[in-house]
Design a protein around this ligand. Structure first.
Ligand SMILES: Nc1ncnc2c1ncn2[C@@H]1O[C@H](COP(=O)(O)OP(=O)(O)OP(=O)(O)O)[C@@H](O)[C@H]1O
Ligand SMILES: [Mg+2]
Length: 430
């Protein structure tokens, strides 16, 4: 009995209505809030979309909807201050979409679902009123101070930093003082272009910034953040080094796709190791599942891996000459998608950042030169023309027809000569 009263109190005169039940041209299956207006003689629910702008529907006239296309609304789902969807009395896709959309329109791109944070990519700078001083996106270095950490605790407005803060709290919190630390993982998932890479970078930046704040307070403020720019690479902290690896990892593993100009074409697992007192002492980055097929072909409006375009746009003329490199337009493997330049990417600038990033990672000039030789060799391999050759053994064979190009490739790749392809070779992939 008590339960029945509870449910009755929670119910509202509102109902979720599936847009798939409406004969209007809406692109997606969505749930919209509507007001109940009784039932008709066939038992269908009459609903009014008052206040809900709906293309092709007169919001003030009742629509008749079969009950199976509706969902129950309880009052907790209508609480405008709710930033944790998991705290609702009942929960389904309908209120989740409703709340995240309402928050997004309010400039709040983050919504909490228990320990999970949902982020909607705004594709632009968003001034979040809950977090003034531009710390929402992008991070402004100067905004980080000691008070920052408490602002991202569990009871505050959700933010991608809250994930990093929760991991740190679990790692070093009092609960672990006796039992020892427990490893923590932050997992970021979503469709292409959702903002995973940016979110990961922010989580890592937060982890590094917190260590920096703590160290800065410990040395009595003797090492202001602004002074760090003048320090040499050897003086860079482990945190800075971890962050500065991103440009070269992204240059080799990211590419333009139709969904994202900087799409990660590989998976990455970053392990950060802490000392018992909370200093970052090491890091290990594992990469897996690189989309190697992108070297051989890309669809319209897509590109090969960034590094080839950065190298051809940013490398000096004499170095290019020594590697026998030509203009980007001359390599078919870089031109399938017909977009060798992109508005959002400044290739020469990115090339400079890759150099610095490799430097910080400890890749010296000689190793770097070998890397560029290998990339040049791959480009030249892609230009090689193969021709069927009549074989005495009866096997299929192919030989190179443009020997000048193959010589460039073999030189850069450090090979004596390209082998004759033998056997059932119908497609050659580099
Ligand atoms: N929080 C954010 N605020 C504003 N813009 C953002 C935010 N996150 C991402 N973006 C924009 O969206 C673009 C795509 O984001 P990102 O590269 O992180 O997607 P992704 O999920 O890693 O995609 P993919 O799976 O293709 O690698 C970014 O280049 C950036 O312009
Ligand atoms: Mg990505």
């Amino acid at each position: 009995m008590a339960d029945e009263i509870g449910i009755h109190e929670m119910a509202t005169s509102m109902v979720w209505v599936s847009t798939s039940s409406l004969s209007v041209d809406l692109q997606k299956h969505e749930w919209l809030l509507a007001e109940r207006d009784g039932t008709d003689d066939k038992g269908r629910l009459k609903v009014i979309f008052n206040g809900n702008a709906l293309p092709g529907v007169d919001g003030t006239r009742a629509k008749k909807i079969s009950e199976k296309n509706t969902l129950f609304v309880d009052s907790s789902q209508l609480d405008d201050d709710q930033d944790d969807v998991a705290l609702m009395n009942s929960f389904s896709a309908a209120p989740l979409v409703h709340v995240t959309r309402r928050r997004f329109r309010d400039g709040k791109i983050h919504t909490r679902v228990g320990d999970i944070i949902i982020v909607i990519n705004p594709y632009t700078y968003v001034e979040n009123r809950a977090y003034p001083n531009g710390i929402d996106y992008p991070i402004v270095g100067g905004a980080l101070d000691k008070s920052l950490r408490s602002r991202f605790s569990r009871d505050q407005q959700p933010h991608v930093y809250s994930i990093a803060e929760a991991a740190l709290t679990e790692l070093f919190g009092p609960a672990n003082a006796k039992s020892g630390t427990r490893d923590q993982s932050c997992m970021v998932s979503g469709e292409s272009g959702a903002g995973k890479t940016e979110a990961c970078k922010r989580i890592m930046k937060y982890l590094a910034a917190v260590v920096d704040i703590e160290r800065h307070s410990a040395d009595g403020g003797a090492t202001p953040r602004t002074a760090r720019h003048s320090r040499s690479i050897d003086d860079l902290s482990m945190e800075d080094k971890i962050l500065k690896c991103n440009p070269f990892l992204e240059a080799f593993g990211n590419a333009k796709t139709t969904r994202n100009d900087n799409s990660s074409r590989f998976g990455k697992f970053v392990k950060i190791q802490y000392s018992g007192i909370g200093a970052i002492i090491g890091s290990r980055i594992e990469q897996y599942l690189l989309e190697k097929a992108r070297l051989a072909h890309q669809g319209p409006n897509e590109r090969c891996f960034h590094i080839f375009y950065f190298m051809l746009a940013g490398m000096g003329a004499s170095e290019k000459k020594s590697l026998m490199l030509k203009d980007v337009s001359e390599y078919p493997m870089l031109n399938f998608g017909r977009c060798t330049t992109i508005d959002t990417i400044d290739e020469p600038q990115e090339w400079a950042e890759v150099q610095e990033s490799l430097n910080v990672a400890g890749i010296d000039a000689s190793n770097r030169k070998d890397m560029w030789k290998m990339l040049a060799g791959i480009l030249q391999l892609s230009e090689i023309n193969w021709e069927d050759k009549h074989s005495t053994t009866g096997d299929a064979e192919a030989t190179v027809t443009n020997k000048d190009i193959s010589q460039c490739a073999t030189h850069n790749l450090g090979l004596a000569s390209l082998p004759t392809l033998q056997g059932d070779v119908s497609t050659v992939c580099v």
